[in-house]
Design a binder for this molecule. Structure first.
Ligand code: URA
Length: 230
């Protein structure tokens, strides 16, 4: 009986496949969603983290991505920035924060007196969500161990959570950014500060002043001096 049902399903699938457009498999590619997340403490190097990420199909975001955006920057960063998720440009290139928000983030980093390559930039999830929606809890859960391991191995002195998604997931809180700014928090023993996402700053330029205050707080923690104005 079971054999009969399997045969029937195969036949129906075959018929359907003939009917579907050529690229339909992009949409129907299976993900291994539902498998338990990897154990962050099992990684002993960044290379292992990145190997484990290769061809990742642990959540449904694998279906629409072009590139996994692992994160980039110094391997000995004093400061690490964490955003939400890759957007279109990031998905295309495999590099974090290179679109409009990224250009603003780069300016913010340079205003702190360092270069983009001196810091590390990553996201809560490493694949682009469709239509740039916020990542769903199951997607974050699957990706969390990779970010956790990156932070553990890169050992930044301070993490800057950019916006609501990074803040909510790193601090496991529902509190608003406005309530959390201005304080030094802790993420697994690493200092963490909260500020606005560059995309928000592009929509609300007056908030750049508040963001700069947050970055200055981070600089103070790091013992960095603000660069002289040129
Ligand atoms: N927004 C993010 O949160 N991350 C990126 O990499 C780009 C835009």
């Amino acid at each position: 009986m079971a054999k009969k049902t399997a045969k029937k399903t195969k036949k129906t699938t075959k018929r359907l496949v003939g009917f579907l457009p050529k690229n339909a498999f992009v949409m129907t590619k299976k993900s291994k969603a539902g498998t338990p997340p990897v154990d962050a403490s099992a990684f002993s190097s960044l290379e292992e983290v990145y190997q484990s990420l290769e061809g990742c199909e642990r959540c449904k975001l694998c279906k629409g991505r072009t590139n996994i955006v692992r994160g980039e920057g110094s391997t000995k960063p004093e400061i690490m920035f964490v955003g939400e998720a890759p957007g279109a440009k990031e998905d295309e290139t495999g590099r974090p924060f290179i679109g409009r928000s990224g250009q603003l983030l780069t300016k913010m980093i340079e205003a702190m007196g360092v270069k983009r390559e001196d810091v590390f930039i990553a996201n809560v999830v490493k694949c682009r969500p469709p239509e740039n929606r916020a990542p769903k809890p199951d997607e974050v859960e699957q990706c969390r161990p990779f970010l956790e391991a990156q932070i553990k191995m890169l050992k930044p002195k301070i993490v800057v959570a950019l916006g609501k998604t990074a803040t909510a997931n790193l601090l496991q809180t529902k509190e608003a950014i406005g309530e959390l700014r201005g304080k030094i928090h802790s993420y697994q023993g690493t200092k963490l500060i909260v500020t606005f996402h560059p995309a928000y700053l592009l929509r609300n330029p007056p908030a750049k002043k508040d963001c700069w205050e947050d970055l200055q707080r981070a600089m103070k923690e790091l013992g960095w001096k603000a660069p002289a104005k040129s």
